[in-house]
Design a protein around this ligand. Structure first.
Ligand code: FES
Ligand code: FE2
Length: 452
């Protein structure tokens, strides 16, 4: 539970807010590269961290993110002509390049010299890994570019989809680092979904002895979990939180890693980027599953980033499925998450009303890291991550160590496995068997209305 001041500090990301300023120390995705697909393409309206913006690509193909309004008399640059390395306002012809400089001011004789004094807001934009990244902080604090491992992978080994969600970023992060929801929210009534171990470390185990540790790192935090099996071996899992907004979403399949990045539109809305990458080219089956399977990447309404199953239609919950097949009756894992995250007493939850338990420990640790980092920045202490992008070149790891290996030794082994290609990632299959899923002891009782 947080008090009112802590909850506001955690969730408010507008300009001048402590968390907003912390966000503005990092590069993060602003949109998909394909939204501005080529030179001189149609501009795209954006809203990021509570600021309205406009993205476009100039004649050289370079991306720009600028103020959406013309400084002359405020006309929308969205209607601008994208021509010869600049966006020209259709009202009186003022023209701006991707840096926000006014490069032509043709409606007045003084324009030739006056244009040099006109500059609109523009944020750096960087096209990499299928995303356009931006940095919205003070220019003198601009850090080196991100260096996540998948950013240098070709399109055959990475995949990204973007989803609109009606929730605060911290609410979405809480859901990502919630260890005990998987065996309920994502389960099937015969418990088989749990056994697939799709979200790995999240599976709560009551039949094994477990040990957790939260290791602060330059990129954010490593959440370590070690489970002791009856045969003496240990299942080890290392999950990452990349400050200020990303989770390692687990090992998604055969050598495939995943991450969710949450980019606030404003305090109550965000875009989630669901990322997958693989050291080996994706198989045809993986490509099909991601593009058309509707499970790992839920289907979207064409031309939007809104899932077909969304808040306006109660996520197409099937009460028949809920009675007979799955815990929720909602079709896919991501939509099951979305259904509970988008309305926890609203899109901006009041954390003074929570009743946290020991199973919520990772959530508590992450909130504390974010709050401490925002307070530290207020006092002039910069977060370590932005200036050390190499620290973020890590991924989820899980493996089994033999009898006799201490927890400390297991952590050291894990640090080697969360970097670069991991030849023995296949051990994850054995790793899954270290977790004995909790059975739901009672079948879900029928509701009174279904009886008789
Ligand atoms: S309002 Fe844009 S040029 Fe006049
Ligand atoms: Fe989930």
């Amino acid at each position: 539970m947080l008090n009112v001041e802590e909850n506001e500090l955690l969730t408010q990301i507008g300009p001048g807010k402590p968390m907003g300023e912390l966000y503005r120390r990092y590069w993060f995705p602003a949109l998909l590269s394909e939204e501005i697909p080529g030179a001189d393409c149609t501009p795209v309206r954006l809203r990021l961290l509570g600021e309205d913006l406009l993205a476009f690509r100039d004649t050289n193909g370079d991306p720009g993110i600028i103020d959406p309004y013309c400084p002359h008399r405020g006309a929308p640059l969205f209607f601008g002509r994208n021509e010869e390395c600049g966006l020209r306002c259709v009202y009186h012809g003022w023209k701006f390049d991707v840096t926000g400089a006014c490069v032509d001011l043709p409606n007045s004789p003084e324009g030739e010299t006056y244009k040099d004094k006109v500059q609109i807001k523009a944020y750096p934009a960087w096209d990499r890994g299928g995303l356009i990244w931006t940095y919205m902080g003070p220019p003198d604090k601009e850090p080196p570019k991100p260096n996540l491992e998948w950013l240098e992978f070709d399109a055959g080994r990475r995949y990204a989809r973007k989803y609109f969600m009606n929730t605060n970023f911290a609410q979405a992060l809480d859901g990502n680092f919630d260890p005990s929801h998987v065996q309920f929210l994502h389960n099937t009534l015969d418990n088989t979904n749990n056994k697939r171990g799709g979200e790995g470390w999240n599976i709560q185990d009551t039949n094994t002895k477990s040990y957790s540790e939260y290791i602060e790192a330059d990129h954010g935090m490593i959440l370590l979990r070690i489970n002791e099996r009856d045969d003496g071996k240990k299942g080890v899992s290392l999950v990452h939180f990349w400050m200020p907004n990303a989770s390692s979403g687990g090992i998604a399949g055969s050598g495939v890693y995943s991450s969710n990045i949450y980019v606030p539109i404003d305090d109550e809305n965000l875009h989630q980027y669901r990322i997958r990458w693989s050291y080996e080219p994706f198989t045809d089956q993986q490509v099909y599953e991601d593009k058309y399977g509707g499970n790992t990447m839920p289907d979207q309404i064409p031309g939007t980033f809104l899932s077909v199953e969304n808040k306006s239609n109660d996520y197409l919950i099937s009460r028949i499925q809920q009675k007979n097949y799955s815990f929720t009756g909602i079709r896919s894992n991501p939509i099951q998450d979305q259904a509970v995250i988008e309305d926890q007493r609203g899109a901006l939850m009041d954390r003074t009303q929570e009743h946290l338990v020991s199973a919520d420990e990772p959530i508590i640790k992450l909130r504390q890291l974010l709050i401490d980092s925002a307070r530290n920045l207020l006092e002039g202490h910069e977060p370590p991550g932005p200036s050390n992008p190499d620290a973020s070149r890590v991924h989820h790891a899980r493996f089994v160590v033999p009898e006799g290996v201490t927890n400390e030794e297991a952590v050291e082994i894990g640090k080697g496995k969360m970097v670069g290609p991991n030849p023995d990632w296949v051990a994850s299959k054995e790793w899954q068997s270290t977790f004995a899923p909790v059975r739901m002891s009672e079948p879900v009782p029928p509701s009174p209305s279904s009886q008789g």
